[in-house]
Design a protein around this ligand. Structure first.
Ligand SMILES: NC(=O)c1ccc[n+]([C@@H]2O[C@H](COP(=O)([O-])OP(=O)(O)OC[C@H]3O[C@@H](n4cnc5c(N)ncnc54)[C@H](O)[C@@H]3O)[C@@H](O)[C@H]2O)c1
Length: 417
């Protein structure tokens, strides 16, 4: 089978590698450097399984900038382009998905198109109406960044959504296309008996947004518990462990942080809230608001520490980089998760922006970038960073910081994501 994938990010590249074990895959992107790297069997993103599969497995995979040629020759085109949240329009920006669908419908209308990008509820049904002779499906993607291929090798579930009522599916031949795509995902995985669910595309879109909002709810809940414990001078780890011993709650995914972040949770919760227009709700709006409240609280706690530092006579004249009486705040990594190489929408950046606005002097240790970021100097050397910082802010603890532990501010209680 010939498969084309639009977009070689976390979703597109992991699926390209997964499918290329058994099929000919052409991965399309608009960034020449990414295409060149993939053709050299190097991963443009940090992901242990993708790196290893590209280097060592036999894969029938090529990458290209020529979208039209790739889509013309494909039986199935999978769309994995970005859908950033447009704060002005209050909806995902689906323009890149739209443009790929338009291109495919022009050059190869008989092909199956599967949208893997996260889209607003109702999007696939609406675009299928726009192209009445198309064969468009939606399949939500559940992978985690940093474990992108691993999660597709061990999928928790396979869901395919169809923008038709079930009685129309068999007569239109859609059943075969749906089964074919579900089989592709299962064939590439290392597991057997992965649950498969076929449903309406709007239901499948809702599965994706509700899943991420549920994860955000859990993060926000344990963060609010931590805020409470901090303000009331109680030990949050004791409370969280005590709460989690109820098997209905469990001891997983409960480690406090500066807020939920990364590419998906912030934007997907906002999109679900937008989809709730005219539908009664309290929780979804609260989940979105809770994250802002948490980041405000974290920033204020750091500001209070900075002020306390300044008024401590022991520190007079000892600020590390200047004669200023205020401490230098060191931001340790801008990434969201341990082992990640990107910091899209990471909560520590939002905390940093609040500290900058307050006027604190900030330096950053982030080995993936150099120079200046948001007006703050990046310090390449970890040793220099540790010496120059009076207070070190870390969303996630790292043993690199063991020798300066008293300087470190983190809410990472259990040292895991
Ligand atoms: N990152 C995740 O953890 C994750 C998980 C599940 C779902 N999703 C969803 O999947 C989609 C993609 O996410 P991602 O993290 O892989 O994005 P990404 O930003 O890592 O990668 C997207 C890629 O698409 C390319 N691109 C943009 N426009 C294009 C076009 N017209 N044709 C071809 N390539 C194009 C970009 O250059 C980029 O390489 C988003 O809708 C996201 O919400 C992401």
């Amino acid at each position: 089978m010939n498969i084309a994938i639009a977009g070689t990010g976390y979703v597109g590249l992991s699926l390209a590698v997964l499918f290329a074990q058994h099929h000919h895959v052409t991965a399309v992107d608009i960034i020449p450097e990414k295409v060149a790297l993939i053709n050299k069997r190097q991963s443009p993103i940090k992901d242990p399984e993708i790196e290893s599969y590209l280097a060592h497995q036999s894969l029938n995979l090529e990458a290209t900038l020529d979208a039209e040629a790739a889509y013309s020759n494909a039986d199935c085109i999978v769309i994995a382009t970005p859908t950033d949240y447009d704060e002005q329009q209050n909806v995902f920006d689906t323009s890149q998905v739209d443009s790929v669908v338009a291109c495919v419908e022009r050059v190869n209308p008989s092909a199956t198109v599967v949208i893997k990008s996260t889209v607003p509820v109702g999007y696939t049904a609406q675009i299928a109406t726009q192209y009445p002779n198309s064969h468009i499906l939606f399949s939500p993607e559940f992978l985690r960044e940093g474990h992108a291929l691993y999660d597709n090798l061990h999928p928790t579930r396979i869901i395919v959504g169809v923008p038709l009522q079930s009685d129309q599916q068999a007569s239109s031949g859609t059943d075969d296309r749906v089964q074919c795509f579900a089989d592709l995902l299962a064939e590439g995985s290392l597991d057997t008996n992965t649950p498969v669910r076929i449903m309406h595309s709007s239901e499948a879109e809702a599965v994706k947004l509700f899943s991420n909002t549920c994860l955000a709810l859990r993060v926000a809940f344990f963060n609010e518990l931590d805020t409470y414990a901090e303000m009331r001078n109680l030990r949050p780890a004791e409370i969280i462990e005590g709460v989690g011993l109820d098997p209905r709650i469990g001891t997983h995914y409960n480690n406090p942080s500066f807020g939920y972040g990364g590419y998906c949770l912030p934007k997907d919760t906002k999109q679900l809230l937008a989809n709730y227009k005219h539908v009664p709700q309290n929780l979804v709006a609260a989940i979105v608001d809770a994250n802002t409240t948490r980041k405000d609280f974290i920033a204020q706690t750091i500001i209070d520490k900075a002020e306390a530092w300044s008024s401590d006579p022991a520190n007079v004249g000892s600020a590390t980089s200047s004669t200023d009486a205020r401490p230098v705040i060191g931001m340790y990594r801008l990434t969201m998760k341990t082992g990640s190489d990107n910091f899209r929408s990471s909560s520590i950046q939002d905390v940093m922006d609040r500290l900058i606005e307050y006027g604190l002097s900030i330096i950053i240790y982030e080995p993936t970038i150099a120079g200046v970021y948001h007006g703050c100097k990046i310090v390449d050397s970890l040793e220099l960073f540790k010496t120059r910082s009076d207070i070190i802010v870390a969303n996630r603890w790292n043993s690199d910081l063991s020798d300066v532990r008293p300087k470190v501010f983190t809410r990472d209680l259990f040292q895991r994501d």
